[in-house]
Design a protein around this ligand. Structure first.
Ligand code: ZN
Length: 231
């Protein structure tokens, strides 16, 4: 089912595009524009972006889950962490992966964006730090009032905790975090709360309540700031 995406500005030259339960972003510099993810139900994210800017549009995926790659087939090449490739291909996509890793800078022209590695939710989950706006676009690992999926293949709770711990020092430079799901914005204080909750799950202190997820029984743990879905 395709829904009509809802487009709203967040900053000058910056839009959120809400597509059902997920959102993606368009950021423009002086030279080019970058889509961060390509939607869940939409197959025309590039056209949507071209309706908002006349700059050439590139694509970066925070990770390869299907709700973030809806329009990838519109692009010949896209930025993605190489550890996402197996799932991305398994989902039937072609195209060329332009590999990016933590610390890589993608400059849109007067707007440098830095790649931040956040593995755990998936092996190659990444975020994007927009230093001019002091914003971290985080993908799925950081959420408030949502459900962070940590059940099934490819998830790794220990790596997830490590990722968020590694993120703590840079949060001094972050005013807002823009996740792909649930609340926007969220604030850096949510990160220590996620670390604490995830540690309790890993230590067996929190088990959660069984819930049905598309015919599969998983457990929802209430971390206070958000839910986390585990086996
Ligand atoms: Zn997602």
């Amino acid at each position: 089912m395709t829904t009509n995406p809802l487009i709203s500005p967040l900053r000058p030259d910056t839009w959120r595009i809400d597509d059902g339960g997920v959102r993606f972003f368009l950021l423009c510099g002086t030279e080019r524009a970058l889509l961060i993810d390509s939607g869940m139900t939409v197959r025309d994210a590039k056209e949507i972006a071209q309706g908002l800017t006349s700059l050439p549009v590139s694509l970066l995926n925070t990770h390869a889950d299907r709700d973030h790659t809806g329009s990838n087939d519109e692009f010949d090449a896209f930025y993605m962490h190489p550890d996402e490739e197996p799932v991305f291909r398994k989902n039937g996509h072609g195209g060329t992966i332009l590999p990016v890793r933590g610390g890589d800078v993608i400059d849109l022209g007067n707007r440098p964006l830095t790649v931040v590695e956040l593995p755990g939710h998936t092996p190659g989950s990444i975020g994007v730090y927009d230093e001019q706006n002091r914003v971290l676009i985080s993908g799925d690992p950081i959420q408030q009032n949502g459900n962070i999926f940590m059940f099934g293949e490819h998830r790794n709770l220990a790596r997830y905790i490590e990722s968020l711990e590694n993120l703590l020092p840079m949060l001094e430079k972050v005013d807002e975090i823009w996740p792909s799901h649930a609340d926007l914005p969220v604030y850096p204080a949510v990160v220590p709360a996620l670390i604490e909750g995830a540690r309790k799950i890993l230590g067996g202190e929190l088990r959660g309540e069984p819930v049905d997820m598309h015919g599969r029984t998983v457990h929802r743990v209430d971390l206070g700031v958000t839910g986390m879905l585990i086996e």
